[in-house]
Design a protein around this ligand. Structure first.
Ligand SMILES: Nc1nc2c(ncn2[C@@H]2O[C@H](COP(=O)(O)OP(=O)(O)OP(=O)(O)O)[C@@H](O)[C@H]2O)c(=O)[nH]1
Ligand SMILES: C[S@@+](CC[C@H](N)C(=O)[O-])C[C@H]1O[C@@H](n2cnc3c(N)ncnc32)[C@H](O)[C@@H]1O
Ligand code: SF4
Ligand code: SF4
Length: 328
């Protein structure tokens, strides 16, 4: 059985972007009310008293947009300072990163994944749903700031949408040639926007690899992350290319993670909504940390049964929470 030691923590469900594939403009989203969000103190209690004792030691901060949480730097500092923390990372859209990269690094964050779906400002704005205001440059400045400060590895996440950004695959892949950046192509999942998905579907990683190999050549790389990406490299390139293929492959047998939402629900599988536990309500109603630990341990034991297995019937798209609410 795979060790489950990686917790993805959503710090906030709100976002300053409206990516078409995640929280499309006009979609009805019920934001978590402030008083329903885990406070910093509750989050740290859960990490120290519940998650670490049952074996979690790798943490990823995500959202919504994690940099919108006012106390994000303090949270990073507190988690990085815990002895048992073996890995602390963040997934961000990069919009606020230029001004925050150094504080985050100084607080102890060392690796970061930044979403960048296009190198073309117009396409980018179309994807992130920011009508008229160009945000691409700010994200690019954020990426450069993170690189300068020393984040390593620095990964760029690209969700590939046919007809929208798939024509840029080679340009995005080429970023890895001169820079130690790791570009990862993610197969678009139908969580959050059934309409876009039905109209445009997804492109398989195998197809992308063929195109990249045809232009630059491609070899398998030894480098692996904590995640589901299969890693390759353009010969001689400084960085790598990762492929996250949740639609065309099943990597559930190597699943090492659970997710904690900003309102304290522990979710054992991204694509299966069953068996979630409301840790916040339990904590607030006085359930002891010992008891919470035993609930989480029971869930860990059940996880192999819960892990998504409906590959043959595909990903349904019928989920009650969007990717922005789950944290990706
Ligand atoms: N189906 C599925 N997809 C996942 C899972 N974890 C990550 N992904 C996909 O991979 C995307 C990128 O994930 P990241 O937040 O960058 O994290 P990661 O790839 O686990 O991170 P590394 O530790 O850097 O390899 C997510 O948005 C999802 O689309 C998972 O457990 N199941
Ligand atoms: C939900 S976001 C949260 C963190 C941050 N706001 C960001 O965009 O990086 C985490 C990751 O989920 C990915 N994602 C969101 N919706 C997706 C979908 N429908 N299919 C595949 N990946 C998706 C994003 O591209 C991003 O890399
Ligand atoms: S993918 Fe990230 S940046 Fe885009 S809407 Fe979702 S949470 Fe926001
Ligand atoms: S779909 Fe579920 S079981 Fe499969 S890798 Fe993702 S979280 Fe793990």
């Amino acid at each position: 059985m795979n060790t489950v030691d990686y917790l993805r923590i959503s710090l906030i469900d709100r976002c300053n972007f409206r990516c078409q594939y995640c929280m499309p403009e006009g979609a009805e989203l019920n934001y978590i009310l402030r008083q329903q969000m885990l406070t910093d103190e509750e989050l740290l209690t859960l990490i120290k008293e519940v998650f670490i004792p049952v074996g979690f030691n790798r943490f990823r901060l995500t959202g919504g947009e994690p940099l919108l949480r006012p106390s994000v730097v303090d949270i990073v500092r507190a988690i990085a300072a815990i002895d048992h923390t073996q890995d602390l990372s963040m997934t961000t859209n990069g919009f606020l990163l230029a001004g925050m990269a150094k504080s985050l690094y100084d607080a102890g964050l060392r690796r970061i994944n930044i979403s960048l779906d296009s190198l073309d400002a117009d396409t980018f704005n179309q994807i992130i749903g920011n009508r008229g205001r160009s945000q691409w440059q700010k994200v690019w400045d954020g990426i450069l700031a993170a690189y300068q400060v020393g984040f390593d590895p620095l990964k760029l996440n690209v969700v590939v949408i046919p007809g929208v950004n798939d024509s840029e695959i080679l340009d995005l892949a080429a970023l890895t040639i001169d820079k130690r950046w790791h570009v990862r192509f993610i197969e678009f999942m139908p969580i959050g926007n059934d309409r876009l998905f039905n109209e445009q579907g997804w492109v398989s990683s195998a197809q992308l690899r063929d195109r990249i190999a045809g232009k630059f050549g491609l070899t398998e790389s030894q480098v692996r992350g904590n995640g589901p990406a299969d890693v390759f490299q353009i010969p001689g390139a400084q960085g790598t290319l990762g492929f996250i293929s949740q639609m065309s492959e099943c990597f559930c047998d190597r699943c090492n993670r659970m997710r904690l939402s900003a309102d304290g629900w522990l979710r054992p599988c991204l694509l299966n909504e069953s068996n979630q536990i409301d840790l916040k309500t339990a904590l607030r109603s006085g359930v002891s940390v010992e008891e919470l630990r035993s609930h989480v341990s029971e869930l860990l034991a059940l996880k192999p049964e819960i892990n998504y297995k409906a590959r043959v019937s595909g990903v349904t798209g019928a989920y009650s929470r969007t990717m922005s609410q789950i944290g990706g």
